[in-house]
Write a protein that binds this ligand. Structure first.
Ligand code: BTN
Length: 253
C-alpha cells in the first residue's frame, strides 16, 4: 500500500495502487484510453508485477514487495514528437539525480535508458507513448528500480540495498524519487533541452572508452562518441562513425 506523496506538486496525486498487477505500463495504457481516469501525473504502482515488460520485448522480473515497480502517466503535449528522445533524457537524469542523492557512486546511463551503478544495472525504464498528430497525448514512463532485492540470479544486476548496504522504506524512496522526476519534468517543460542533453552525454556509460559491441551478429571494437539529433548512438570504429538504433546494437564488454 502506498500513500499519495507529499513531496510533489502534481506527480502521484492521483495514485492507483494494486497489490498485484500484470504490468503497470499495460494498466496505465488502458487508463489512458479512458482519459478521465488518467489525469496528468497519475501514478500506477504495484507490489507484485507478474508479467512486467522490458525493452526490446524482454520480461522484467522483480521480487514482490522488495522494489519500486511503477508507471507515471504524463501529458507532454508541449513536446514536439521529433524531440521524443527527451522523454528518455529527462527520465534517465531524474533516476541518476535520485541515486546520486542516495550516495551511490559512479551512476551512469547506459544508452538509451538503463541506469547503472558501477558495472551493474539498478533500474530499467520503459517509455510508451500515445501520439496524436505531431504531439504526445500521453506518455507512460515505466520504472523498475531495484531497492531491497539482494538476489538476482545474474551477475550484472544490483539494488540500492546491495550498493549501500542498508534496507530502505519503499514509501519514503517513492516520495524522494517522484520529487526528482517532477523536478526534471518541469525543466523539460521549460524547454531546457540543450543543457539536459549535455548532462545526459556526460553521464553515458562507456562513452569515450574503447569497448566491444555487437550488431547483426558481428562483434566489433568502437568508442561511443555521442548521439545524433534523433537520439541514435554514435560509435566510432576503424571504419568511421556509425549510427545505431536501439534494436541494432548490443554492448558486449
Ligand atoms: C528494461 O530495462 O528493459 C525496462 C524495464 C522496465 C520495467 C518497468 S517495471 C514498471 C513498468 N511496467 C512494466 O511492465 N515495465 C516497466
Amino acid at each position: 500500500m502506498y500513500k499519495i506523496p507529499a513531496s510533489t506538486l502534481f506527480l502521484g496525486k492521483n495514485l492507483v495502487f494494486m497489490p498485484e498487477c500484470h504490468s503497470t505500463n499495460s494498466h496505465s495504457l488502458q487508463l489512458c484510453q479512458q482519459s478521465p481516469l488518467a489525469p496528468d501525473g497519475t501514478l500506477v504502482i504495484t507490489d507484485n508485477q507478474t508479467t512486467g515488460r522490458g525493452q526490446r520485448g524482454n520480461k522484467w522480473i522483480t521480487e514482490p514487495g522488495k522494489n519500486l515497480t511503477l508507471s507515471i502517466i504524463l501529458k507532454p503535449a508541449f513536446l514536439d514528437v521529433k524531440n521524443q528522445f527527451f522523454l528518455t533524457v529527462f527520465t534517465s537524469l531524474s533516476l541518476r539525480d535520485y541515486l546520486q542523492s542516495k550516495g551511490c557512486s559512479d551512476v551512469r546511463i547506459k544508452w538509451p535508458n538503463d541506469i547503472y551503478v558501477g558495472s551493474k544495472k539498478i533500474c530499467g525504464i520503459l517509455i510508451e507513448n500515445v501520439v496524436s498528430g505531431n504531439r504526445f497525448s500521453n506518455s507512460v514512463i515505466g520504472i523498475g528500480l531495484n531497492v531491497n532485492q539482494d538476489e538476482f540470479g545474474v551477475d550484472n544486476a544490483t539494488s540500492l540495498r546491495l550498493s549501500l548496504n542498508q534496507s530502505f522504506d519503499l514509501q519514503s524512496e517513492l516520495e524522494t524519487l517522484l520529487a526528482f522526476v517532477e523536478a526534471r519534468y518541469l525543466k523539460l517543460r521549460q524547454n531546457d533541452l540543450q543543457s539536459m542533453m549535455e548532462e545526459y552525454l556526460s553521464s553515458m556509460y562507456w562513452r569515450g572508452e574503447p569497448h566491444l559491441f555487437s550488431s547483426n551478429n558481428n562483434c566489433f571494437e568502437g568508442t561511443i562518441t555521442g548521439l545524433d539529433e534523433n537520439g541514435r548512438l554514435k560509435i566510432l570504429t576503424n571504419s568511421g562513425e556509425n549510427l545505431f538504433e536501439v534494436k541494432e546494437i548490443s554492448y558486449v564488454r
